[in-house]
Design a protein around this ligand. Structure first.
Ligand SMILES: Nc1ncnc2c1ncn2[C@@H]1O[C@H](COP(=O)(O)OP(=O)(O)O)[C@@H](O)[C@H]1O
Ligand SMILES: [Mg+2]
Length: 264
């Protein structure tokens, strides 16, 4: 580690076992970061790995809803237990701790970063192969603190063609370099819409130039996801595990699986 970089990392709970930690980031909210996080956890779980999701997007937590989780997390003197989804994905989110999950979280940055740190230090994550972190959007103070606290093995950047993708990718690449964390690649969400009537693909938000941008930064475009009303309906109904049946993220799942083989 460089001399001028302070080590802010915190230890996980002593009963936790977490093999790989993947951070999912985006430039702003609403681009599908939580959806991609959820689908990745589902994809790895289906491949026989034990997946977990740490919902670090404290001011916009949407993971419990996508999985239809209504119960609250419990704990004992040892620590806090994540809630297990229907197919066995371990989940922790601020919404599982708040009395009333429609209450807004109006905390300032340090408190938000502090609660994410607690999801790492005080939650007992048992035998997790892949933990996916739904990061707070952007490259500001809060995501930075989270990255400094939790030993993330790789980052996936989610973009949509509506954004200033070039700027977002530049910033994310700089942050990753500062933190010394490899970027696994980019996922472009809402890339196109495939019309069910004629099977033609329409670029609703225009061309994103994602391939050029990725090339410029020496990054991979891992997947381009369509706009799919059925997938947003599945999230709304808490049925992401049951109703996500596309192979959109298989290239990412493949890369993650290969990384896991290396450490076996
Ligand atoms: N490819 C997609 N097709 C249809 N709806 C989508 C798609 N990606 C995201 N959505 C919907 O858009 C909204 C924002 O997505 P979400 O994953 O919550 O974004 P973020 O976590 O980046 O704020 C959600 O209602 C989600 O279901
Ligand atoms: Mg979200």
């Amino acid at each position: 580690m460089a001399e001028n970089v302070e080590d802010f990392s915190v230890q996980p709970h002593e009963l936790s076992s977490i093999k790989k930690v993947i951070g999912v980031i985006s430039g702003k909210g609403g681009v599908g970061k939580s959806l991609v996080t959820s689908m990745l956890a589902v994809a790895m779980n289906r491949r026989g790995y034990h997946s977990a999701i740490l919902d670090a997007d404290v001011t916009g937590p949407s993971i419990p809803k996508a999985f239809g989780i209504k119960e609250k997390a419990t704990g004992n003197e040892m620590g806090i237990f994540p809630i297990q989804s229907k197919t066995g994905i371990d989940i922790m989110s601020i919404n599982l701790l708040l009395q009333n999950d429609t209450d807004p979280v109006i905390w300032r940055g340090p408190l938000i970063a502090g609660s994410v740190k607690q999801f790492w230090t005080e939650v007992i994550w048992s035998d997790v192969d892949f933990m996916f972190i739904d990061m707070p959007p952007g490259t500001g103070d809060v995501p930075l603190t989270v990255f400094q606290s939790i030993p993330v093995d790789g980052i996936i950047i989610v973009t949509s063609p509506q954004e200033l993708v070039s700027m977002i990718v530049s910033k994310a690449a700089k942050m990753a370099e500062m933190m010394n964390i490899p970027i696994i690649g980019l996922v472009e969400n809402m890339s196109y819409f495939k019309c069910p009537d004629n099977n033609k693909e329409y670029k609703i938000f225009g061309d994103s130039h994602i391939d050029e941008i990725a090339y410029k930064h020496n990054l991979k475009v891992l997947a381009k996801l369509p706009i799919d009303p059925e997938i947003s309906a599945a999230c709304d109904r808490g049925l992401i595990e049951e109703l996500y049946d596309a192979a959109w993220l298989e290239p990412v799942a493949q890369i993650l699986e290969e990384e896991m083989e290396e450490i076996k």
